[in-house]
Design a protein around this ligand. Sequence first.
Ligand SMILES: Nc1ncnc2c1ncn2[C@@H]1O[C@H](COP(=O)(O)OP(=O)(O)OP(=O)(O)O)[C@@H](O)[C@H]1O
Ligand SMILES: O=P(O)(O)OC[C@H]1O[C@H](OP(=O)(O)OP(=O)(O)O)[C@H](O)[C@@H]1O
Ligand SMILES: [Mg+2]
Length: 290
Amino acid sequence: MIDIAIPKGSLQNQTLQLFEQAGLEVKRTEREYNARIDDPRIGKVKILRPQEIPGYVAKGYFDLGISGTDWIMESGAIVTKVADLNYGKQGPGAVKLVVAVLESLQISSARMIKPGSRVATEYPNLTRAYFSNLGIPVDIQFSFGATEAKVPELTDVVVDLTETGSTLKKNGLKIIDVMLESTSELVANKKSFADKEKHDDISAVQTLLLAVMRARGKTLLKMNVPEAALDAVISMLPSMKRPTLSKLYSTDYYAIETVVDRSQVNLLIPLLKKSGAEDILELAISKIVP
Ligand SMILES: Nc1ncnc2c1ncn2[C@@H]1O[C@H](COP(=O)(O)OP(=O)(O)OP(=O)(O)O)[C@@H](O)[C@H]1O
Ligand SMILES: O=P(O)(O)OC[C@H]1O[C@H](OP(=O)(O)OP(=O)(O)O)[C@H](O)[C@@H]1O
Ligand SMILES: [Mg+2]
């Protein structure tokens, strides 16, 4: 059995949705931080801040956790990366940890930042390493948030996250460098990962979550096609390997089944029909395990 830490805050909704779609619904009432997942492989489930999750996983309080690349790196926690889950607050993709200054300044790269500048950030360790690497001594000031508000009176430079870019823009800031790209990651405790039984349970959760991620954006198409139209229809169809073909009982029709990109399906269906496909069905896919 494995214990899991789920992030509260920006990554919470996407994480809960992913677990639910994987058939691992995180059950709890509003404001309840001790949750349950009804699965024989999963024990304790807690909802915690993503800043703390890597450290707790590293110490062995949890076998598995989800946090952002940013907090895994900032905390310096030694954990095993099990999977990139590749979502931020707003959905798929990564967020950027950027160096930003007032738009009106004649500064276009981090190398142009003056020694002694004040730098406000929630990530003092990553920021210290970054400026020390550049060889620019700066005055790093820990920020509890609303970091963009601090320019220019309270700080000269900010190191903060951006996803849509809206907060930087609304506060008159421009990006002069990207320190790192951060996405949600599934991480495991090193000892648990090396333990035979726990490894199997960790792998099971990994397989189920990744299967959901893979199925997103894909859809299943089924159709009946007369033998005469078979080549024309098959030549249009993408598939995971090759389309599945089976003969219909006592006719010259074939049934075809294949996986296609959801973004393509509405373009494809009318063309398939025109080429002779009949009884076209589109079905949702919950999981794809290669
Ligand atoms: N749009 C986003 N804004 C902030 N954090 C994001 C965003 N998208 C993804 N994240 C990730 O979420 C994690 C931070 O989540 P958390 O909820 O603890 O902080 P927060 O959203 O900044 O909370 P708070 O509202 O207290 O400032 C980090 O790993 C960060 O990279
Ligand atoms: O590029 P955007 O989509 O605008 O998102 C980025 C903003 O979101 C986060 O702020 P948060 O909501 O965590 O507030 P905080 O600054 O008080 O932590 C982050 O610190 C940025 O300010
Ligand atoms: Mg924040």
